[in-house]
Design a protein around this ligand. Structure first.
Ligand SMILES: NC(=O)c1ccc[n+]([C@@H]2O[C@H](COP(=O)([O-])OP(=O)(O)OC[C@H]3O[C@@H](n4cnc5c(N)ncnc54)[C@H](OP(=O)(O)O)[C@@H]3O)[C@@H](O)[C@H]2O)c1
Length: 358
């Protein structure tokens, strides 16, 4: 295996253009597995990595955080996974063998989940980063000293007492048609929140409702400056939990105004309404999620989520995003990233099939 090579979408240097090339296929270290990647989903961050020179610090690098495929080899100490298992996993950026824009990748076994036979690799690949971002924002441990501020430490629905804990309590999700928003809605539904009010373009209303939203506000017709009034027309109950998958200045400010004392606002971009993790005077808190299930702060919660994931997928309560498969294997990824960078993708996840690379 050590002399084998495979195709990868390589970032040769900071700000360079992606090129399809070859990289050596690694053997998995203890605690890791080697995955033959059949589907890799694209995220806005992958575009940012190339455009802004962030996250990948060793070159040649490989982007891609979302992978699904079959296990090829298992490192020492890995239990519960074997060659041939169909899995999804969350990748990482360094070293290059951890990225998912390649035909074979190394995965940390703690963030690998077996997928049901009925689930396609394409759908499975849409799950890892979006789900981790939704979940770590809600269930991550609070850490006001960290740049990100951690999460509010809510009990996850797979933990004792988590399922249905917020029955009858409203929650608001900004950006219900985004990948992260879709998973935030699904998780809030598992927690029992009701109503779940979200914002999206009208043509994505059914998509948001299929995830569990009860009300969809078209943000093109109702600007964020009017969201408090719009939500108040739906519910007079205090809103103590809001997830802003988009986190523009106007959406954050409107949610902050809406939020009840001691409520929590989760944002995916740096907060403009307060310091991440710190309590405001009325007990409200904004937390800035770091969407990795295996960062130091998130590892415990992330591993527990991965242990529960197969069951949640089988139960059908966590579903992947709508998929558009890109042509030309890895070579099709740069055009897909350009679409994400210009924000012209609506209500679906772009997925590449690395094995279809010419
Ligand atoms: N902090 C982290 O660790 C982390 C992790 C992952 C993602 N993120 C960030 O979180 C954001 C969401 O990521 P994603 O992968 O979920 O994005 P995505 O799926 O590419 O988001 C696209 C969707 O965003 C929706 N949208 C755009 N502007 C909106 C607005 N003003 N109000 C409501 N919806 C709006 C669009 O909905 P319609 O088509 O219905 O208009 C579109 O379908 C990105 O900015 C990403 O960079 C952060």
């Amino acid at each position: 295996m050590s002399s084998a090579v495979h195709k990868a979408l390589i970032l040769p240097a900071k700000f360079a253009q992606f090129v399809v090339g070859e990289l050596p296929t690694s053997k998995p270290d203890p605690g890791f597995v080697l995955v033959k990647i059949h589907a890799a989903a694209l995220n806005p961050l992958d575009a940012g990595i190339q455009k802004m020179g962030v996250f990948i610090t060793e070159f040649p690098g490989v982007a891609g955080n979302d992978g699904a495929g079959t296990i090829e080899a298992v490192g020492v100490g890995v239990t519960g996974l074997k060659k041939g298992d169909r899995v999804l996993y969350q990748g990482w950026w360094t070293p290059a063998n951890r990225g998912t824009f390649q035909q074979f990748g190394i995965a940390d076994a703690a963030v690998v989940a077996k997928i049901p036979d009925s689930m396609s690799f394409d759908e499975a690949a849409t799950i890892p980063l979006g789900l981790a971002t939704a979940a770590m924002g809600l269930y991550g441990k609070l850490n006001p000293k960290a740049f990100w501020g951690g999460g509010p430490g809510i009990i996850a629905p797979w933990a004792d007492g988590g399922r249905g804990q917020f029955a009858g309590q409203p929650a608001v999700v900004i950006g219900g048609a985004s990948s992260v928003g879709q998973f935030a809605i699904q998780l809030l539904k598992l927690s029992g929140n009701d109503p779940i009010i979200t914002t999206a373009s009208s043509h994505n209303e059914a998509y948001c409702k299929a995830a569990g939203a009860t009300h969809v506000i078209d943000y093109h017709k109702t600007p964020y400056s009017d969201i408090v009034t719009a939500v108040r027309k739906i519910t007079s109950e205090p809103v103590s939990l809001a997830y802003d998958a988009i986190s523009s200045e106007d959406s954050q400010k409107s949610l902050w105004e809406l939020l009840a004392p001691h409520g929590v606002l989760v944002v995916t971009h740096p907060p403009v309404v307060g310091k991440a993790g710190e309590e405001a005077e009325d007990g409200k808190r904004v937390v800035h999620v770091f969407g990795s299930a295996h960062s130091d702060d998130n590892r415990e919660v992330g591993s527990a989520m991965y242990r529960a994931l197969r069951g949640l997928l089988e139960e059908g309560v966590i579903k992947g995003n709508k998929v558009e498969v890109l042509p030309n294997g890895l070579a099709g990824i740069p055009d897909g990233l350009a679409r994400l960078w210009t924000k012209t993708v609506s209500g679906l996840k772009l997925v590449s099939r690395p094995q279809e690379t010419a």
